[in-house]
Design a protein around this ligand. Structure first.
Ligand code: NAD
Length: 502
Protein backbone atom coordinates (compact mmCIF):
# COMPACT_ATOMS: atom_id res chain seq x y z
CA UNK A 1 0.00 0.00 0.00
CA UNK A 2 1.27 3.48 -0.75
CA UNK A 3 1.18 5.92 2.13
CA UNK A 4 -1.65 7.91 0.49
CA UNK A 5 -3.88 4.80 0.28
CA UNK A 6 -3.28 3.85 3.90
CA UNK A 7 -6.21 4.71 6.20
CA UNK A 8 -5.63 7.46 8.71
CA UNK A 9 -6.46 7.05 12.38
CA UNK A 10 -8.97 9.68 13.47
CA UNK A 11 -9.15 11.86 16.54
CA UNK A 12 -12.39 11.80 18.53
CA UNK A 13 -13.48 15.29 19.50
CA UNK A 14 -16.95 16.14 20.74
CA UNK A 15 -18.48 12.94 19.41
CA UNK A 16 -16.98 13.26 15.89
CA UNK A 17 -14.19 11.17 14.40
CA UNK A 18 -12.10 13.85 12.72
CA UNK A 19 -9.06 13.85 10.46
CA UNK A 20 -6.09 15.56 12.09
CA UNK A 21 -4.52 18.59 10.44
CA UNK A 22 -1.15 17.59 11.80
CA UNK A 23 1.93 17.50 9.60
CA UNK A 24 3.48 14.84 11.84
CA UNK A 25 2.35 11.25 11.34
CA UNK A 26 3.75 7.77 11.94
CA UNK A 27 2.88 4.39 10.51
CA UNK A 28 1.07 1.65 12.36
CA UNK A 29 2.91 -1.47 11.23
CA UNK A 30 2.07 -5.18 11.39
CA UNK A 31 5.04 -6.55 13.37
CA UNK A 32 4.81 -9.98 11.71
CA UNK A 33 4.99 -8.65 8.14
CA UNK A 34 5.95 -4.92 8.20
CA UNK A 35 2.73 -4.15 6.31
CA UNK A 36 1.68 -0.56 6.97
CA UNK A 37 -1.86 -0.81 8.35
CA UNK A 38 -2.62 2.85 8.98
CA UNK A 39 -1.12 6.27 9.68
CA UNK A 40 -1.57 7.87 13.07
CA UNK A 41 -1.28 11.64 13.61
CA UNK A 42 0.51 13.51 16.37
CA UNK A 43 -2.37 15.85 17.13
CA UNK A 44 -1.80 19.60 17.04
CA UNK A 45 -2.03 21.71 20.20
CA UNK A 46 -5.34 23.20 18.94
CA UNK A 47 -6.82 19.75 18.40
CA UNK A 48 -5.79 18.60 21.86
CA UNK A 49 -7.21 21.75 23.42
CA UNK A 50 -10.46 21.16 21.53
CA UNK A 51 -10.65 17.62 22.93
CA UNK A 52 -10.21 18.87 26.50
CA UNK A 53 -12.72 21.71 25.91
CA UNK A 54 -15.27 19.23 24.60
CA UNK A 55 -14.78 17.01 27.68
CA UNK A 56 -15.12 20.06 29.94
CA UNK A 57 -18.40 21.10 28.31
CA UNK A 58 -19.82 17.56 28.36
CA UNK A 59 -19.03 17.27 32.09
CA UNK A 60 -21.68 19.89 32.87
CA UNK A 61 -24.47 17.46 31.93
CA UNK A 62 -22.74 14.09 32.33
CA UNK A 63 -22.03 14.68 36.02
CA UNK A 64 -25.77 15.02 36.59
CA UNK A 65 -26.72 11.90 34.61
CA UNK A 66 -28.42 9.40 36.94
CA UNK A 67 -26.33 6.48 38.06
CA UNK A 68 -28.72 3.96 36.48
CA UNK A 69 -28.44 5.67 33.08
CA UNK A 70 -24.65 5.51 33.31
CA UNK A 71 -24.75 1.89 34.35
CA UNK A 72 -27.04 0.87 31.46
CA UNK A 73 -24.54 2.20 28.91
CA UNK A 74 -21.98 -0.25 30.26
CA UNK A 75 -24.46 -3.14 30.10
CA UNK A 76 -24.84 -2.34 26.39
CA UNK A 77 -21.10 -1.84 25.98
CA UNK A 78 -20.18 -5.21 27.45
CA UNK A 79 -22.66 -6.84 25.06
CA UNK A 80 -21.14 -5.07 22.04
CA UNK A 81 -17.59 -6.04 23.04
CA UNK A 82 -18.70 -9.67 23.47
CA UNK A 83 -20.39 -9.69 20.05
CA UNK A 84 -17.31 -8.21 18.38
CA UNK A 85 -14.57 -9.99 20.30
CA UNK A 86 -13.25 -11.97 17.32
CA UNK A 87 -13.00 -8.87 15.14
CA UNK A 88 -11.34 -6.92 17.97
CA UNK A 89 -8.82 -9.73 18.53
CA UNK A 90 -7.96 -9.90 14.82
CA UNK A 91 -7.33 -6.16 14.72
CA UNK A 92 -5.21 -6.40 17.85
CA UNK A 93 -3.08 -9.27 16.50
CA UNK A 94 -2.50 -7.43 13.21
CA UNK A 95 -1.06 -4.34 14.86
CA UNK A 96 0.44 -5.77 18.06
CA UNK A 97 1.60 -9.25 17.03
CA UNK A 98 0.36 -11.42 19.92
CA UNK A 99 -1.44 -14.66 19.04
CA UNK A 100 -5.17 -14.55 18.31
CA UNK A 101 -6.18 -16.47 21.48
CA UNK A 102 -3.97 -14.16 23.55
CA UNK A 103 -5.48 -11.12 21.81
CA UNK A 104 -8.93 -12.39 22.75
CA UNK A 105 -7.66 -12.69 26.33
CA UNK A 106 -6.47 -9.06 26.14
CA UNK A 107 -9.97 -7.93 25.10
CA UNK A 108 -11.61 -10.22 27.66
CA UNK A 109 -9.62 -8.86 30.61
CA UNK A 110 -10.75 -5.37 29.59
CA UNK A 111 -14.32 -6.59 29.17
CA UNK A 112 -14.28 -7.68 32.80
CA UNK A 113 -13.65 -4.07 33.83
CA UNK A 114 -16.58 -2.95 31.68
CA UNK A 115 -18.74 -5.53 33.47
CA UNK A 116 -17.48 -4.09 36.75
CA UNK A 117 -18.49 -0.59 35.61
CA UNK A 118 -22.10 -1.77 35.33
CA UNK A 119 -22.14 -2.04 39.16
CA UNK A 120 -21.31 1.62 39.60
CA UNK A 121 -24.49 2.15 41.63
CA UNK A 122 -23.15 -0.09 44.38
CA UNK A 123 -19.56 1.04 44.04
CA UNK A 124 -20.15 4.78 44.29
CA UNK A 125 -22.35 4.80 47.39
CA UNK A 126 -21.37 7.16 50.14
CA UNK A 127 -21.53 6.59 53.90
CA UNK A 128 -23.86 7.94 56.55
CA UNK A 129 -23.49 8.15 60.31
CA UNK A 130 -26.69 8.96 62.13
CA UNK A 131 -26.72 11.30 65.15
CA UNK A 132 -22.98 12.07 65.36
CA UNK A 133 -24.01 14.90 67.69
CA UNK A 134 -27.36 15.91 69.04
CA UNK A 135 -29.64 16.02 65.96
CA UNK A 136 -26.69 15.98 63.59
CA UNK A 137 -26.03 13.45 60.80
CA UNK A 138 -22.88 13.16 58.69
CA UNK A 139 -22.76 11.61 55.25
CA UNK A 140 -20.43 11.51 52.29
CA UNK A 141 -20.92 12.08 48.58
CA UNK A 142 -18.47 10.64 46.06
CA UNK A 143 -18.60 13.19 43.29
CA UNK A 144 -16.83 13.09 39.91
CA UNK A 145 -13.74 15.23 39.46
CA UNK A 146 -14.26 16.64 35.95
CA UNK A 147 -12.07 15.93 32.93
CA UNK A 148 -9.76 12.96 33.48
CA UNK A 149 -7.13 11.61 31.08
CA UNK A 150 -5.48 8.29 30.29
CA UNK A 151 -2.15 7.45 28.64
CA UNK A 152 -1.71 3.82 27.57
CA UNK A 153 1.16 1.51 26.48
CA UNK A 154 1.44 -0.68 23.41
CA UNK A 155 1.38 -4.09 25.04
CA UNK A 156 -2.32 -4.35 26.01
CA UNK A 157 -4.07 -2.01 23.57
CA UNK A 158 -7.52 -3.34 24.51
CA UNK A 159 -7.27 -4.18 28.21
CA UNK A 160 -5.49 -1.08 29.45
CA UNK A 161 -7.67 1.58 27.78
CA UNK A 162 -10.57 -0.43 29.23
CA UNK A 163 -8.96 -0.23 32.68
CA UNK A 164 -9.32 3.52 32.36
CA UNK A 165 -12.18 5.20 30.54
CA UNK A 166 -15.09 2.92 31.56
CA UNK A 167 -14.57 3.44 35.31
CA UNK A 168 -13.76 7.15 34.87
CA UNK A 169 -16.95 7.69 32.87
CA UNK A 170 -19.10 5.42 35.03
CA UNK A 171 -18.17 7.54 38.06
CA UNK A 172 -19.46 10.64 36.21
CA UNK A 173 -16.26 12.09 34.76
CA UNK A 174 -15.49 12.89 31.15
CA UNK A 175 -12.33 11.58 29.54
CA UNK A 176 -9.48 12.28 27.14
CA UNK A 177 -7.62 9.14 26.07
CA UNK A 178 -4.18 9.05 24.48
CA UNK A 179 -3.57 5.53 23.18
CA UNK A 180 -0.17 4.12 22.30
CA UNK A 181 0.88 5.51 18.94
CA UNK A 182 2.30 2.08 18.07
CA UNK A 183 -1.04 0.22 17.99
CA UNK A 184 -4.07 2.52 18.26
CA UNK A 185 -6.44 0.59 15.95
CA UNK A 186 -8.11 -1.81 18.36
CA UNK A 187 -8.37 0.98 20.92
CA UNK A 188 -10.20 3.12 18.36
CA UNK A 189 -12.59 0.28 17.53
CA UNK A 190 -13.36 -0.07 21.25
CA UNK A 191 -13.99 3.68 21.39
CA UNK A 192 -16.42 3.39 18.43
CA UNK A 193 -18.29 0.65 20.27
CA UNK A 194 -18.44 2.82 23.39
CA UNK A 195 -20.20 5.54 21.38
CA UNK A 196 -22.52 2.90 19.89
CA UNK A 197 -23.33 1.79 23.44
CA UNK A 198 -24.52 5.29 24.22
CA UNK A 199 -21.56 7.25 25.63
CA UNK A 200 -22.72 10.80 24.81
CA UNK A 201 -20.71 13.18 22.68
CA UNK A 202 -17.83 14.87 24.45
CA UNK A 203 -17.85 12.39 27.34
CA UNK A 204 -15.06 10.36 25.70
CA UNK A 205 -12.44 12.02 23.48
CA UNK A 206 -9.28 10.65 21.88
CA UNK A 207 -6.08 12.42 20.97
CA UNK A 208 -3.02 10.77 19.41
CA UNK A 209 0.61 11.62 19.81
CA UNK A 210 3.74 11.18 21.86
CA UNK A 211 5.73 13.43 24.19
CA UNK A 212 3.80 16.64 23.41
CA UNK A 213 0.41 15.00 23.94
CA UNK A 214 1.54 13.50 27.23
CA UNK A 215 2.96 16.80 28.45
CA UNK A 216 -0.20 18.66 27.46
CA UNK A 217 -2.23 16.21 29.54
CA UNK A 218 0.08 16.75 32.52
CA UNK A 219 -0.08 20.55 32.18
CA UNK A 220 -3.64 21.31 31.08
CA UNK A 221 -5.45 23.21 33.86
CA UNK A 222 -8.82 21.65 32.96
CA UNK A 223 -7.61 18.07 33.44
CA UNK A 224 -8.07 16.95 37.04
CA UNK A 225 -6.64 13.42 37.10
CA UNK A 226 -4.23 11.35 35.00
CA UNK A 227 -4.00 7.56 34.72
CA UNK A 228 -0.80 6.28 33.13
CA UNK A 229 0.38 2.79 32.27
CA UNK A 230 3.81 2.33 30.66
CA UNK A 231 7.50 2.36 31.42
CA UNK A 232 8.99 3.55 34.72
CA UNK A 233 10.92 6.36 33.08
CA UNK A 234 7.90 7.93 31.37
CA UNK A 235 5.54 7.15 34.27
CA UNK A 236 7.81 8.88 36.77
CA UNK A 237 7.92 11.94 34.51
CA UNK A 238 4.11 11.90 34.19
CA UNK A 239 3.61 11.50 37.95
CA UNK A 240 5.97 14.34 38.84
CA UNK A 241 4.68 16.71 36.20
CA UNK A 242 0.97 16.01 36.75
CA UNK A 243 1.13 16.18 40.55
CA UNK A 244 3.22 19.37 40.45
CA UNK A 245 0.32 20.80 38.48
CA UNK A 246 -2.06 19.82 41.26
CA UNK A 247 -3.59 16.79 39.55
CA UNK A 248 -4.26 13.36 40.90
CA UNK A 249 -2.06 10.80 39.22
CA UNK A 250 -1.78 7.03 39.23
CA UNK A 251 1.14 5.52 37.29
CA UNK A 252 1.48 1.78 36.78
CA UNK A 253 4.96 1.23 35.45
CA UNK A 254 7.79 -1.14 34.53
CA UNK A 255 8.61 -4.50 35.99
CA UNK A 256 11.13 -7.27 36.42
CA UNK A 257 9.09 -10.07 37.92
CA UNK A 258 10.66 -13.07 39.62
CA UNK A 259 9.32 -16.56 40.27
CA UNK A 260 10.76 -18.65 43.07
CA UNK A 261 10.67 -22.42 42.63
CA UNK A 262 11.04 -24.54 45.76
CA UNK A 263 12.07 -28.18 45.32
CA UNK A 264 8.78 -29.43 46.81
CA UNK A 265 6.72 -27.79 44.00
CA UNK A 266 4.71 -29.87 41.53
CA UNK A 267 7.40 -30.11 38.85
CA UNK A 268 5.34 -30.58 35.68
CA UNK A 269 2.77 -27.92 36.59
CA UNK A 270 5.53 -25.51 37.58
CA UNK A 271 7.54 -25.93 34.38
CA UNK A 272 4.46 -25.37 32.20
CA UNK A 273 3.43 -22.31 34.20
CA UNK A 274 6.92 -20.83 34.01
CA UNK A 275 7.10 -21.26 30.25
CA UNK A 276 3.71 -19.67 29.63
CA UNK A 277 4.51 -16.69 31.83
CA UNK A 278 8.07 -16.14 30.63
CA UNK A 279 7.53 -16.49 26.89
CA UNK A 280 3.81 -15.80 26.30
CA UNK A 281 3.11 -12.58 24.37
CA UNK A 282 6.83 -12.74 23.46
CA UNK A 283 7.60 -11.57 27.01
CA UNK A 284 5.84 -8.25 26.42
CA UNK A 285 3.65 -8.33 29.51
CA UNK A 286 4.25 -6.19 32.56
CA UNK A 287 3.35 -9.32 34.54
CA UNK A 288 5.62 -11.67 32.55
CA UNK A 289 8.12 -13.74 34.52
CA UNK A 290 11.56 -12.93 33.06
CA UNK A 291 13.47 -14.16 36.14
CA UNK A 292 13.24 -17.57 37.79
CA UNK A 293 15.09 -18.36 41.01
CA UNK A 294 15.59 -22.09 41.47
CA UNK A 295 16.05 -22.94 45.12
CA UNK A 296 18.23 -25.86 46.25
CA UNK A 297 17.38 -29.16 44.52
CA UNK A 298 15.07 -27.35 42.08
CA UNK A 299 18.26 -26.28 40.30
CA UNK A 300 18.38 -29.74 38.75
CA UNK A 301 15.18 -28.86 36.81
CA UNK A 302 17.03 -26.50 34.45
CA UNK A 303 17.66 -29.08 31.67
CA UNK A 304 13.95 -30.01 31.65
CA UNK A 305 13.00 -26.35 31.52
CA UNK A 306 15.25 -25.84 28.51
CA UNK A 307 14.00 -28.97 26.70
CA UNK A 308 10.38 -28.00 27.21
CA UNK A 309 11.05 -24.46 25.99
CA UNK A 310 12.35 -25.87 22.70
CA UNK A 311 8.83 -27.17 21.95
CA UNK A 312 7.35 -23.65 21.79
CA UNK A 313 6.30 -22.58 18.28
CA UNK A 314 7.32 -19.19 16.91
CA UNK A 315 5.08 -17.93 14.13
CA UNK A 316 2.75 -15.17 13.00
CA UNK A 317 0.09 -14.52 15.63
CA UNK A 318 -2.72 -15.49 13.23
CA UNK A 319 -1.29 -18.98 12.63
CA UNK A 320 -3.02 -21.72 14.64
CA UNK A 321 -0.83 -23.31 17.31
CA UNK A 322 1.53 -20.35 17.64
CA UNK A 323 3.05 -19.84 21.09
CA UNK A 324 5.25 -16.82 20.43
CA UNK A 325 4.55 -14.02 17.96
CA UNK A 326 6.80 -11.12 17.00
CA UNK A 327 7.87 -8.24 19.23
CA UNK A 328 6.23 -4.90 18.54
CA UNK A 329 8.82 -3.15 16.34
CA UNK A 330 12.17 -3.43 14.58
CA UNK A 331 13.60 -1.14 17.30
CA UNK A 332 12.28 -3.45 20.04
CA UNK A 333 13.83 -6.44 18.22
CA UNK A 334 17.22 -4.70 17.98
CA UNK A 335 17.06 -3.85 21.68
CA UNK A 336 16.22 -7.43 22.72
CA UNK A 337 19.00 -8.84 20.50
CA UNK A 338 21.55 -6.39 21.87
CA UNK A 339 20.58 -7.19 25.46
CA UNK A 340 21.07 -10.90 24.68
CA UNK A 341 24.53 -10.03 23.30
CA UNK A 342 25.29 -8.08 26.49
CA UNK A 343 24.33 -11.11 28.59
CA UNK A 344 26.94 -13.21 26.79
CA UNK A 345 29.59 -10.47 27.15
CA UNK A 346 28.86 -10.01 30.84
CA UNK A 347 29.32 -13.72 31.56
CA UNK A 348 25.84 -15.24 31.78
CA UNK A 349 25.56 -18.72 30.27
CA UNK A 350 23.41 -18.73 27.13
CA UNK A 351 21.52 -22.01 27.43
CA UNK A 352 19.12 -21.35 24.57
CA UNK A 353 19.67 -18.73 21.86
CA UNK A 354 16.47 -17.45 20.25
CA UNK A 355 18.08 -14.86 18.01
CA UNK A 356 17.32 -14.86 14.28
CA UNK A 357 14.82 -17.70 14.21
CA UNK A 358 13.60 -19.01 10.88
CA UNK A 359 9.89 -18.25 10.54
CA UNK A 360 8.77 -19.40 7.07
CA UNK A 361 6.31 -16.99 5.47
CA UNK A 362 7.28 -14.21 7.90
CA UNK A 363 10.86 -13.42 6.90
CA UNK A 364 10.39 -9.72 7.62
CA UNK A 365 8.77 -10.12 11.04
CA UNK A 366 10.30 -8.92 14.32
CA UNK A 367 10.88 -12.40 15.67
CA UNK A 368 13.10 -13.55 18.48
CA UNK A 369 12.65 -17.03 19.89
CA UNK A 370 12.70 -18.07 23.53
CA UNK A 371 16.09 -17.44 25.06
CA UNK A 372 17.39 -18.74 28.38
CA UNK A 373 20.38 -17.56 30.40
CA UNK A 374 21.66 -19.32 33.50
CA UNK A 375 24.29 -18.15 36.02
CA UNK A 376 22.74 -14.69 35.92
CA UNK A 377 23.80 -12.21 38.60
CA UNK A 378 22.13 -9.02 39.79
CA UNK A 379 24.86 -6.85 38.22
CA UNK A 380 24.22 -7.97 34.61
CA UNK A 381 22.25 -5.83 32.14
CA UNK A 382 19.96 -8.78 31.31
CA UNK A 383 18.93 -8.71 34.95
CA UNK A 384 18.85 -4.97 35.55
CA UNK A 385 16.95 -3.97 32.39
CA UNK A 386 13.33 -4.77 31.63
CA UNK A 387 14.01 -6.67 28.38
CA UNK A 388 10.35 -6.95 27.31
CA UNK A 389 11.15 -9.89 25.06
CA UNK A 390 11.11 -13.70 25.39
CA UNK A 391 14.28 -13.88 27.47
CA UNK A 392 14.40 -15.82 30.74
CA UNK A 393 17.14 -15.29 33.31
CA UNK A 394 17.67 -18.23 35.65
CA UNK A 395 19.24 -17.57 39.05
CA UNK A 396 19.98 -19.77 42.01
CA UNK A 397 19.43 -19.50 45.75
CA UNK A 398 20.15 -21.81 48.65
CA UNK A 399 16.94 -21.00 50.53
CA UNK A 400 13.58 -19.26 50.26
CA UNK A 401 14.87 -16.40 52.45
CA UNK A 402 17.83 -15.83 50.13
CA UNK A 403 15.48 -15.78 47.11
CA UNK A 404 13.17 -13.28 48.84
CA UNK A 405 16.18 -11.05 49.54
CA UNK A 406 17.08 -11.04 45.83
CA UNK A 407 13.56 -9.98 44.87
CA UNK A 408 13.28 -7.30 47.53
CA UNK A 409 16.63 -5.84 46.45
CA UNK A 410 15.41 -5.43 42.85
CA UNK A 411 14.05 -1.90 42.29
CA UNK A 412 10.79 -3.18 40.75
CA UNK A 413 7.80 -4.57 42.60
CA UNK A 414 5.07 -5.39 40.09
CA UNK A 415 4.42 -9.15 40.23
CA UNK A 416 5.96 -12.29 41.65
CA UNK A 417 5.13 -15.96 42.11
CA UNK A 418 6.14 -18.79 44.39
CA UNK A 419 5.83 -22.44 43.39
CA UNK A 420 5.62 -24.79 46.35
CA UNK A 421 3.45 -27.37 48.12
CA UNK A 422 4.22 -25.84 51.51
CA UNK A 423 1.58 -23.61 53.07
CA UNK A 424 4.08 -22.36 55.63
CA UNK A 425 6.55 -21.31 52.90
CA UNK A 426 3.74 -19.62 50.96
CA UNK A 427 2.63 -17.66 54.00
CA UNK A 428 6.19 -16.61 54.82
CA UNK A 429 6.57 -15.45 51.20
CA UNK A 430 3.35 -13.43 51.11
CA UNK A 431 4.29 -11.68 54.34
CA UNK A 432 7.92 -10.85 53.50
CA UNK A 433 7.86 -10.03 49.80
CA UNK A 434 7.65 -6.35 48.80
CA UNK A 435 5.72 -6.75 45.54
CA UNK A 436 2.22 -5.63 44.58
CA UNK A 437 0.80 -8.76 42.91
CA UNK A 438 1.75 -12.04 44.59
CA UNK A 439 0.99 -15.45 43.07
CA UNK A 440 1.08 -18.72 44.99
CA UNK A 441 1.36 -21.37 42.27
CA UNK A 442 -0.19 -18.74 39.99
CA UNK A 443 2.37 -17.38 37.53
CA UNK A 444 0.61 -14.16 36.41
CA UNK A 445 -1.48 -13.04 39.38
CA UNK A 446 -3.30 -10.13 37.72
CA UNK A 447 -6.26 -9.39 39.99
CA UNK A 448 -9.81 -9.53 38.60
CA UNK A 449 -11.66 -6.19 38.76
CA UNK A 450 -13.26 -6.92 42.14
CA UNK A 451 -9.77 -6.02 43.41
CA UNK A 452 -7.36 -3.31 42.26
CA UNK A 453 -4.11 -3.65 40.34
CA UNK A 454 -1.25 -2.83 42.63
CA UNK A 455 2.55 -2.42 42.58
CA UNK A 456 5.42 -1.52 44.88
CA UNK A 457 8.52 0.66 44.58
CA UNK A 458 9.55 1.53 40.97
CA UNK A 459 6.49 -0.24 39.53
CA UNK A 460 3.88 2.20 40.78
CA UNK A 461 3.42 5.81 41.80
CA UNK A 462 0.22 7.06 43.39
CA UNK A 463 -1.70 5.43 46.21
CA UNK A 464 -4.76 4.20 44.35
CA UNK A 465 -4.73 1.56 41.63
CA UNK A 466 -6.80 1.08 38.50
CA UNK A 467 -10.21 -0.68 38.65
CA UNK A 468 -11.72 -2.31 41.76
CA UNK A 469 -12.80 -0.15 44.69
CA UNK A 470 -9.64 1.96 44.65
CA UNK A 471 -10.34 3.49 41.27
CA UNK A 472 -13.74 4.73 42.42
CA UNK A 473 -11.91 6.67 45.14
CA UNK A 474 -9.32 7.83 42.58
CA UNK A 475 -11.94 9.20 40.18
CA UNK A 476 -14.14 10.87 42.81
CA UNK A 477 -13.93 13.65 45.37
CA UNK A 478 -15.31 12.73 48.75
CA UNK A 479 -17.48 15.47 50.18
CA UNK A 480 -18.47 15.20 53.83
CA UNK A 481 -21.83 16.75 54.69
CA UNK A 482 -22.65 17.43 58.32
CA UNK A 483 -26.27 18.52 58.75
CA UNK A 484 -28.74 19.53 61.40
CA UNK A 485 -32.38 20.62 61.04
CA UNK A 486 -33.92 22.86 63.69
CA UNK A 487 -37.33 22.21 65.12
CA UNK A 488 -39.38 25.37 65.54
CA UNK A 489 -39.66 24.76 69.29
CA UNK A 490 -35.91 24.05 69.86
CA UNK A 491 -34.44 26.10 72.67
CA UNK A 492 -32.22 28.78 71.02
CA UNK A 493 -30.05 29.18 74.14
CA UNK A 494 -26.91 31.31 74.31
CA UNK A 495 -24.26 31.82 71.61
CA UNK A 496 -21.79 28.94 71.82
CA UNK A 497 -18.17 29.85 71.03
CA UNK A 498 -16.68 26.46 71.78
CA UNK A 499 -16.00 23.75 69.19
CA UNK A 500 -18.54 21.19 70.43
CA UNK A 501 -21.56 20.21 68.30
CA UNK A 502 -23.66 18.54 70.99
P1 NAD B 1 6.14 3.73 27.19
O1 NAD B 1 6.42 4.27 28.52
O2 NAD B 1 7.19 3.84 26.13
O3 NAD B 1 4.83 4.41 26.56
C1 NAD B 1 3.66 4.59 27.34
C2 NAD B 1 2.96 5.85 26.85
O4 NAD B 1 3.80 6.98 27.07
C3 NAD B 1 2.62 5.82 25.37
O5 NAD B 1 1.32 6.32 25.20
C4 NAD B 1 3.66 6.73 24.74
O6 NAD B 1 3.16 7.45 23.65
C5 NAD B 1 4.05 7.68 25.85
N1 NAD B 1 5.48 8.05 25.81
C6 NAD B 1 6.52 7.29 25.35
N2 NAD B 1 7.68 7.95 25.52
C7 NAD B 1 7.39 9.12 26.09
C8 NAD B 1 8.17 10.23 26.53
N3 NAD B 1 9.47 10.26 26.39
N4 NAD B 1 7.54 11.27 27.11
C9 NAD B 1 6.20 11.27 27.27
N5 NAD B 1 5.41 10.25 26.86
C10 NAD B 1 5.99 9.19 26.29
O7 NAD B 1 5.70 2.19 27.39
P2 NAD B 1 5.43 1.09 26.28
O8 NAD B 1 6.74 0.68 25.68
O9 NAD B 1 4.33 1.50 25.38
O10 NAD B 1 4.87 -0.10 27.20
C11 NAD B 1 5.70 -1.03 27.85
C12 NAD B 1 5.97 -0.62 29.28
O11 NAD B 1 4.74 -0.51 29.99
C13 NAD B 1 6.77 -1.65 30.06
O12 NAD B 1 7.69 -0.98 30.88
C14 NAD B 1 5.72 -2.38 30.89
O13 NAD B 1 6.22 -2.99 32.07
C15 NAD B 1 4.82 -1.25 31.21
N6 NAD B 1 3.50 -1.73 31.58
C16 NAD B 1 3.15 -1.66 32.90
C17 NAD B 1 1.91 -2.14 33.31
C18 NAD B 1 1.51 -2.08 34.75
O14 NAD B 1 0.33 -2.25 35.04
N7 NAD B 1 2.42 -1.85 35.69
C19 NAD B 1 1.03 -2.68 32.37
C20 NAD B 1 1.43 -2.73 31.02
C21 NAD B 1 2.65 -2.23 30.65
Amino acid sequence: MTSSSVPSVKLLINGEFVESRSTEWRNVVNPATQEVLARVPFATAEEMDAAVASAKEAFKTWRKTPIGARSRIFFKYQQLIRENIKELAALLTAEQGKTLPDAEGDVFRGLEVVEHATSIGNLQMGELANNVANGVDTYTLMQPLGVCAGITPFNFPAMIPLWMFPMAIATGNTFVLKPSEQDPLVTMRLVELALEAGVPKGVLNVIHGGVDAVNLICDHPDIKAVSFVGSTKVGTHVYNRATQNGKRAQCMMGAKNHAIVLPDANKQQTLNNLLGASFGAAGQRCMALPVVILVGEAQTWLPDLIERTKTLKINGGTEPGTDIGPVISCAALDRVNSLIASGIEEGAKLELDGRNPSVPGYQDGNFVGPTIFSNVTAQMSVYREEIFGPVLCVMQAASLSEAIEIINANPNGNGTALFTRSGAAARHFQEEIDVGQVGINVPIPVPVPLFSFSGSRASKLGDLGPYGKQVVTFYTQTKTITQRWFDEDDDVGAVNTTITLK
